[in-house]
Design a protein around this ligand. Structure first.
Ligand code: HEC
Ligand code: HEC
Length: 329
């Protein structure tokens, strides 16, 4: 451990001495740890169009005014700026609404990984956030709102194209298009100017401090679970009033107490507030909390600033298709 740290320090020094070399060494490490986001796979156009229409339709809900878009907003980068969001039963969600950008394809969805696909997640929303007593209760409403031709076009050849399963599949197909590469990907692919010196320094600090031990892969997270509060209880630093048992509620295994999915960090500068309970409003503060509770580290103001600058470089653009469709055809 100590030898590793000495080695990293030596590498760090040699990086400072030789900027050209530094770029390449850092890029090679970053490519191995993260890798660029790949563009969305080719998709069935009719399915995506249907999913888009469903996503922005607030009438398909028990209260007639709640849709996916109510808690995954374009202005909030597919997340919600509120710590918790009101659902169609007029209750607040138990956790913070996550961004749906880049979400499809993670091995497990939601804060505690209790959904395996976005299709099943969407189907679950019908009796969850959208407030129906049973998923089938949505079907008459979908027919009434003229969705049958859209389902037939998206799922040709099916005996019954309009079902809650195809509702989920269409929403997954639409969300799979919401991939947001940014400057970090350009830099990984060799564009030196895509990241400024402070952002590169922040990337280096992100790796050397140990953040990348958990936040890895092209999304910088989303691939593993970890305890929130490895070194000390998370609420001592976030000031959270609730103590969420995390994944233990799903697995019933005490070893999963306070375990959450390592949240992906793409667009993180635009998706405040932070953590599963939205307890932290500011990104610098979230970085400080993470270093303290996950790694037992007190970062200097310069280190926090550099990591935050790096995280800001993970901002892509809101996909053009992430808006209410003009022609509900
Ligand atoms: C009332 C607010 C609300 C509504 C409506 C809503 N969501 Fe969510 N969504 C959330 C919250 C809160 C979470 C996190 C839940 C958790 O982990 O416990 C979430 C999580 C997700 C995730 C997981 C993202 C990830 O990275 O794992 C996806 C995907 C998603 N929602 C899609 C949808 C779709 C599609 C709809 C419409 C069918 C929808 N949501 C409706 C609040 C909402
Ligand atoms: C041991 C694994 C681990 C390490 C190390 C770690 N994280 Fe995290 N990170 C997580 C988990 C788990 C979450 C989700 C916590 C929760 O449930 O709210 C998270 C959440 C975050 C969030 C909030 C994301 C959001 O959208 O709410 C940020 C920002 C973050 N981490 C940055 C960092 C930084 C910067 C470092 C290094 C100083 C770091 N993390 C180190 C596991 C880790």
């Amino acid at each position: 451990m100590r030898r590793n740290r000495a080695l990293l320090l030596a590498m760090g020094l040699c990086l400072v001495g030789d900027p050209g070399h530094a770029d390449e060494a850092l890029r090679a490490r970053a490519r191995a740890l993260f890798g660029p986001l790949e563009p969305p796979a080719a998709s069935n156009v009719a399915e995506v169009a249907l999913g888009r229409r469903l996503f922005f339709d607030t009438a398909i809900s028990a209260d007639g005014r709640t849709g996916c878009v109510s808690c995954h907003l374009p202005g909030q980068w597919g997340a919600d700026g509120r710590a918790r969001s009101p659902d169609a039963r007029g209750r607040l969600t138990s956790r913070n609404s996550q961004t749906i950008f880049n979400a499809v394809g993670q091995p497990a969805l939601r804060w505690v990984g209790d959904r395996d696909t976005a299709a099943r997640q969407a189907e679950g929303s019908l009796t969850g956030s959208l407030g129906f007593a049973s998923t089938a209760d949505a079907l008459p409403l979908l027919r009434q709102r003229g969705y049958e031709p859209g389902f037939r076009a998206a799922f040709p050849g099916m005996a019954e194209p309009l079902s809650t399963a195809t509702y989920g599949r269409a929403l997954e197909a639409f969300q799979a298009t919401l991939v947001t590469p940014g400057r970090f990907d350009d830099w990984l692919r060799g564009d030196d100017a895509a990241l400024g010196p402070l952002e590169q320094q922040g990337l280096q600090t992100f790796i050397d401090t140990g953040c990348a031990g958990c936040h890895r892969g092209p999304r910088l997270g989303g691939e593993a679970f970890a305890k929130f509060g490895v070194v000390k209880d998370y609420w001592t630093e976030t000031g959270s009033t609730d103590r969420d048992t995390g994944r233990e509620a799903v697995t019933r295994n005490p070893a999963d107490r306070h375990v959450f999915r390592v949240q992906m960090l793409r667009n993180v500068a635009r998706t405040a507030p932070y953590f599963h309970d939205g307890s932290v409003a500011d990104l610098r503060e979230a970085v400080r909390v993470m270093a303290a509770v996950q790694l037992g580290r007190t970062l200097t103001a310069a280190e926090t600033g550099a990591i935050t600058a790096f995280l800001e470089s993970l901002t892509g653009s809101v996909p053009a298709g992430f808006s209410t469709p003009a022609d509900p055809g």
